[in-house]
Structures are given as structure tokens and as C-alpha cells.
Design a protein around this ligand. Structure first.
Ligand code: SAM
Length: 309
């Protein structure tokens, strides 16, 4: 299956990164390599390091980006582990960092991966198919309270309680094995007048389970705070999010980096060593909504950018 993914906010990301032709860049979410290739086209003597948890993305990019030779380095790992790779490579500073969070169209469109609530497949949802925890394990082994918490917190699903209860009752009879089995359970938890919407009602629960399986939110804010400090002066970080939970973490991390002094307001003098580290370039996020006609995924995309001081 071809790796199909249209990069969201492509021009905005490339101009937001302010690319220097001999700079060192990091794309934490390689995916189909669209943004990565855009960066590489601007580099004459620089380096792009890119990570992805999904080996399919790495394999695809090994071929797609091979013409850039030594200018590109691909790593199969979570982007949250990049700092130790930078240390190993003796790279102290970067000129730009990109995170285009979430899943790629390729992952969703490939039914076997189990990300889609419109295609029947085994419950999987692992970005990294070498990890053991899958959606099957979450759905069939987590306790009812834990499931409810995940569906409520990560999916912001108002029927979380009923859905968790229904899942637990159903799996008493037989394990829930497929995406569409789960979808029909979810639909049955909605009031009958809403059920005509169909599979779309499963969107929030699927998002929640996917976030849990891939541990998408834990450490994201901390990573942004740490990685931003590895930027050269004038270096930029661009982060694209697709739902409010991610966006909130990014916004909070950017705000913290921009804060000068974290002392209690009542203190007469500053005693902390927290200084303003970055300037926020996007006071309001740049929205992907105008791309919707060519790229449905852009609908909920938000791009935020900071620059290292
Ligand atoms: C939205 S796609 C990126 C698309 C890419 N910008 C392009 O132009 O094709 C997100 C990709 O990031 C990967 N990913 C998500 N979270 C990750 C993480 N914590 N570490 C590494 N890769 C991650 C996913 O596997 C997926 O391939």
C-alpha cells in the first residue's frame, strides 16, 4: 500500500521554521515525509534528523528521501527520546523542531492497523507495531473505572460511563475483537434519536483508546520545554495539534517557556532563576481550516510557533 499523506499547513510550517540552508533540523513526526522533504529542499549543507514510532513510515522515507543522502538521518523511536540521540551525535543545538502530532492518513486508511472506526479490522491502533499494548488489551483488560476515565479524559466523551459499562458487560460474554464490534457497542450507548449518525459516534472513544495505546500525551509538555532549550538563538519550534487536549499542553508549555520569573507574586524580589526563554510567534494558532477542500485532516489542525531568544 502506497504511503499517502498530505502534509497539513505545509507552507505555514516551512516559513514558520525560518529554514537556514546549513541548519540542523528535527522532525519528530516523520509520517509520509512531506514536511521533512520540504525542509530538506531548503538545506544545501544542513542536516535533518527525523523520528517516527512507526517502522512503516521509516521504511517509506528511507526510499523517498534517499536522494538527500547524508543530509537526512532517520530514527525509529519516540520523539521524546531524541535528546539522548542528540547527545550521542554530539549535537548541542538545533535550528528548528517540528511536531505534527497524531496519526497519519496512511495509518488511518490502512484498515489492518485498526485506527479507523469505519473499517472492520482487529482492534490494534499501535503506531509502533513492535510494542505489546494494543487497543485489544485496553478494551478487554482495563477495569471499568479506568476505561471510563480514559474515554472521558482523552475522548471528552459525555457517554463515557455507559460505554465503559457496556464494554465490560460485553467482554464477559466474549472478548471484543474488532473495530466494528466496538463501534456498534458505542452506538448502542447513545440515545436512540442520535444513533442515525452511525460510526461517527465512535470518533471520541477511538481517539481516547488510541491516545492510551500510544501514550500520546504523557511527557509531551515536558518534552517541548526541554527540546526548546536545545534550539539555537533564533531557532523555531512548530507544533501542529489536532485536538484540544494536545493543544492545551502545547499552549501551556509555550507559555511556561515565555514566562520570566515564576516567584510568588507577593515576593518583593525575584528569587527564582526562571527566565524568558522564547518568544511566542503565534499569539493565536494558525488554523488548517482553509485547506479542508483538499485535505479533510486539516479541519481541526492548529499550528503554534515559538522562537528561541
Ligand atoms: C500527522 S503524521 C505526520 C505527517 C508528516 N508531517 C508528513 O508530512 O507526512 C504523525 C506521525 O507521527 C508519528 N508519531 C506520533 N507520535 C509520535 C511520537 N511520540 N514519536 C514518534 N513518532 C510519532 C505517527 O506514527 C505518524 O506517522
Amino acid at each position: 500500500m502506497d504511503y499517502k499523506h498530505i502534509p497539513v499547513l505545509y507552507n505555514e510550517v516551512l516559513s514558520g521554521l525560518n529554514i537556514k540552508e546549513n541548519g540542523i533540523y528535527f522532525d519528530g513526526t516523520l509520517g509520509g515525509g512531506g514536511h521533512s522533504e520540504g525542509i530538506l529542499k531548503h538545506l544545501t549543507n544542513g542536516l535533518l534528523i527525523a523520528t517516527d514510532k512507526d517502522m512503516t513510515a521509516i521504511k517509506n522515507a528511507q526510499e523517498k528521501l534517499s536522494k538527500y543522502g547524508e543530509r537526512v538521518k532517520l530514527i525509529h523511536d519516540d520523539f521524546k527520546n531524541i535528546i539522548s540521540y542528540l547527545d550521542d551525535l554530539d549535537i548541542k543545538h538545533l535550528d528548528g523542531i517540528l511536531l505534527d502530532l497524531g496519526v497519519s492518513s496512511h495509518q488511518i486508511d490502512n484498515a489492518n492497523r485498526g485506527f479507523s472506526y469505519t473499517k472492520d479490522a482487529p482492534l490494534d491502533m499501535r503506531m509502533d507495531y513492535f510494542q505489546t499494548l494494543s487497543a485489544f488489551d485496553v478494551v478487554n483488560t482495563y477495569g471499568q473505572k479506568q476505561l471510563e476515565h480514559i474515554i472521558l479524559e482523552y475522548g471528552e466523551e459525555r457517554y463515557a460511563k455507559y460505554i465503559a459499562r457496556k464494554i465490560c458487560a460485553a467482554r464477559e460474554v466474549a472478548p471484543i475483537k474488532t473495530t466494528l464490534e466496538l463501534v456498534s457497542l458505542i452506538i448502542s450507548c447513545y440515545p436512540s434519536k442520535e444513533r442515525y449518525i452511525g460510526a461517527g459516534l465512535a470518533k471520541r472513544t477511538f481517539q481516547a483508546i488510541r491516545i492510551e495505546v500510544n501514550d500520546e500525551l504523557r511527557g509531551l509538555g515536558e518534552f517541548i520545554e526541554k527540546a526548546a532549550l536545545r534550539l539555537n538563538k533564533g531557532g523555531r519550534m512548530c507544533v501542529i495539534t489536532f485536538h484540544s487536549l494536545e493543544d492545551r499542553l502545547v499552549k501551556r508549555a509555550f507559555k511556561y517557556l515565555e514566562t520570566d520569573c515564576i516567584c510568588d507574586k507577593k515576593m518583593p524580589v525575584c528569587t527564582c532563576d526562571k527566565r524568558k526563554e522564547v518568544k511566542i510567534i503565534t499569539k493565536k494558532p494558525i488554523l488548517g481550516s482553509k485547506e479542508i477542500e483538499i485535505n479533510k485532516r486539516a479541519e481541526s489542525a492548529k499550528l503554534r510557533i515559538i522562537e528561541r531568544l
